[in-house]
Design a protein. Structure first.
Length: 475
């Protein structure tokens, strides 16, 4: 999501009017202490089929440029090989309904085959994949990707493209009315559910698939005189909640166990609490996005504005109330080399790790713009701060999970499960090397002095502390 400068005033004014945005700090705050991540709190962890606590770290993987015969051709095995080589274990794969079902009721076997080939690469490199039903500005009827033209109804309302500020196109009358029809028209509801049943039936047994993201950044129709924050909460309550419950029932008719990821509107990025209601499915993940309007328009990070703190406070209330894990589906600024962006990445990663079971940065590609790495696969400025030690899977109850960027040290404390299981550690590449130590009745299997995966075996029920420290001047 990228909001242009012309839209910032509307967004911020609406949110301030609703009292949802924290006031700016009057003085620069002291650096926050490194906070341990503990799952003994209202937000539960994501888990795997063995009951292990999972942590997902990775990036979005996409091909928005190619359609039809060339769809998904920009995604190659290199994406997954490089994700794994840098310590990541997660990819949010963008797929498009308009490619899957270009004509109503006719699903593309070729497109499904291309998705499967990508999933096979992910499996080979041990990457969990979230299949994301992506849309930008609804779909191709408005010059973007997502919901097919045959499922787009505008009642003849106007649409004026704005290529310099594409996110503002969400507020065009035709686009807003198209969302209303998607949410309310019975035949479009059935079509959306059928599309998801095709995906779920095809990929429910694929070992790389961890979840289905039911719709990307859903929006809706504002009422006259309604501020944006109020509209977002109403849309979430009245349209998104029923839609997610319908789609959950549809998916469960084909796939009983894969995690379902549900998103609020992107307005939560400004610290607006969601209006989503209860999703009646026990394997549902709350999947907000983490973007700031000013930074999306090219501004530097303002440490004094209190944005990260406001976002964290707002975004954790809903999953705590409904006992849902959190995985942030997109985050990351466009201009990552501005003066304060180093601090932003440190504070953002620390915040995300406090409350979520994982995140996917935007986007793993090779070049400029939002790309995580350059053409040679080297991290672009400040993006390297996303590659830190972590525990992809813990066989037990996590007591604390802490990373200190200053000393490049990681500490995991957990109580091992009553039944034997394996805990996994992921260490990113390091020329200096990593030193790993374990306290408690446990041992580390394997060696990864300069990065890689390690396994920890612990005595059932034991209290274990694993410490990882980069050697050299830190060690």
């Amino acid at each position: 999501m990228r909001m242009g400068r012309a839209l910032i005033a509307l967004v911020v004014a609406s949110i301030l009017a609703a009292g949802a945005l924290a006031p700016a700090a009057t003085a620069a705050p002291a650096p926050a202490p490194v906070s341990p991540v503990s799952y003994e709190r209202p937000i539960p962890p994501l888990t795997d089929s063995r009951g292990r606590t999972l942590t997902l770290r990775g990036w979005n993987v996409e091909d928005k440029a190619n359609r039809g015969e060339a769809a998904l051709s920009a995604i190659t095995e290199r994406h997954f090989r490089d994700l794994r080589a840098n310590g990541f274990n997660f990819a949010r794969l963008l797929v498009f309904w308009d490619d899957l079902e270009p004509r109503r009721g006719q699903y593309s076997a070729r497109y499904l085959g291309k998705i499967e080939r990508i999933l096979d690469w992910a499996r080979k490199h041990r990457i969990h994949v979230l299949i994301d039903a992506h849309q930008d500005v609804f779909g191709p009827a408005f010059g973007h990707r997502g919901i097919p033209e045959w499922a787009t109804r505008t009642d003849g309302l106007p649409f004026t493209p704005n290529p310099d500020d594409w996110f503002s196109e969400y507020f065009e009358p035709a686009v807003q009315r198209a969302f209303t029809h998607l949410y309310e028209d019975p035949d479009l509801r059935r079509a959306q559910a059928a599309m998801w049943q095709v995906l779920a039936e095809r990929f429910r047994d694929h070992p790389a698939v961890i979840g289905y993201d039911l719709i990307n950044e859903p929006m809706g129709e504002l009422r006259e005189g309604e501020d944006l924050a109020t509209a977002a909460r109403r849309i979430e309550a009245e349209h998104l909640t029923p839609m997610y419950n319908r789609l959950a029932r549809a998916v469960r008719a084909k796939d009983r166990s894969t995690w379902l990821f549900v998103e609020p509107t992107p307005i939560v990025g400004e610290g607006v609490p969601t209006g989503l209601g209860r999703i009646h499915d026990s394997r549902t993940v709350y999947a907000p996005h983490f973007y700031n309007t000013a930074m999306e328009a090219g501004a530097d990070y303002d440490p004094d504005a209190g944005w990260i703190e406001a976002y964290e406070a707002a975004v954790t209330a809903y999953p705590a109330r409904h006992r849902m894990p959190v995985v942030v589906g997109e985050w990351g600024p466009l201009n990552n080399s501005l003066p304060n962006m180093g601090r932003f990445h440190r504070e953002a990663v620390d915040s995300l790790n406090r409350y979520s079971s994982g995140w996917a940065g935007y986007v793993w590609c090779y070049g400029g713009g939002y790309c995580a790495v350059d053409e040679r696969g080297r991290f672009r400025t400040n993006k390297e701060q996303t590659a830190t030690p972590y525990a992809p899977a813990v066989a037990g109850t996590v007591r604390s999970d802490t990373y200190d960027a200053t000393t490049r040290s990681y500490r995991l404390a957990y109580r091992a499960a009553a039944r034997p299981g394996t805990t996994e550690l992921s260490l990113p590449p390091s020329s200096r090397g990593w030193r790993v130590s374990v306290a408690g009745p446990a041992r580390v299997l394997g060696r990864a002095p300069h990065g890689g995966r390690l396994t920890v075996l612990a005595w059932p029920g034991a209290e274990v502390v694993v410490t990882v420290r980069e050697t050299g001047p830190y060690g």
